[in-house]
Design a protein around this ligand. Structure first.
Ligand code: IMP
Ligand code: MG
Length: 198
């Protein structure tokens, strides 16, 4: 059956699938982490999470849209039973940072569950703190934070980051789910965007 499906799909196995080479857009200043570095680091963090939550079930909560790209790769690197759920937030126009509201809530309750909040980036910390407080109010068994990127130099409010893939400098970055005006989320690498050229 599997072979039939593979043939129907043009005969590509996962191993032989050709790599798509993407030319970086003009306004990409430099690549901070290549696709290979990102994947390798996500596998390491997935192993850390599997070890920490061994013997328990885990729920990964992803914040749309940025962290979805990270979530899917991370989930495949975790080898304990897990569920996923999603929420979306939106900020109030012109309001101070951190003034966000839930635009799409989780599908299911999280009471008595071990929950890991999956973030694309923790920057000032306002968004993560809001989400942490909101979710903690729903009586999970435990709640942790896992972020792809951590920019601690810009932190204004402290949040306990349990797992992070990379610390980054004080530059605006795109790729691996992070956007500039909704673009560049699909880049497999993480890159500094040159604001002059965008
Ligand atoms: P906060 O400042 O920690 O509340 O982060 C708010 C949100 O800003 C993050 O969830 C990202 O969506 C976005 N953000 C912060 N820094 C960057 C960046 O360098 N590139 C793209 N989005 C960013
Ligand atoms: Mg964004």
């Amino acid at each position: 059956m599997w072979r039939t499906l593979q043939r129907a799909a043009g005969g590509f196995s996962r191993r032989s699938r050709p790599q798509i080479e993407m030319t970086p857009p003009d306004n990409i200043e430099r690549i901070l982490f290549t696709e290979e570095q990102v994947s390798a680091r996500i596998r390491e963090v997935g192993a850390e999470i599997s070890a920490k939550y061994a013997g328990r079930d885990l729920k990964l909560i992803s914040v749309l849209k940025g962290s979805v790209f990270f979530l899917t790769e991370l989930a495949r690197a975790i080898d304990i039973p897990l569920k996923v759920d999603f929420l979306a937030i939106s900020s109030f126009g012109g309001a101070p940072p951190g003034m966000v509201r839930i635009a799409k809530d989780l599908d299911d309750p999280i009471q008595d569950e071990d929950v890991l909040l999956i973030e694309d980036i923790v920057d000032t910390g306002f968004t993560t703190r809001f989400l942490l407080q909101t979710l903690a109010g729903r009586a999970p068994r435990s709640i942790g934070i896992c972020t792809l990127l951590d920019r601690t130099v810009r932190r204004i409010v402290q949040v306990p980051v349990d797992f992070r893939c990379f610390e980054i400098p004080d530059r605006f970055v795109v790729g691996c789910g992070l956007d500039y005006k909704q673009l560049y989320r699909n880049l497999g690498y993480i890159a500094v965007l040159d604001p002059e050229k965008s």
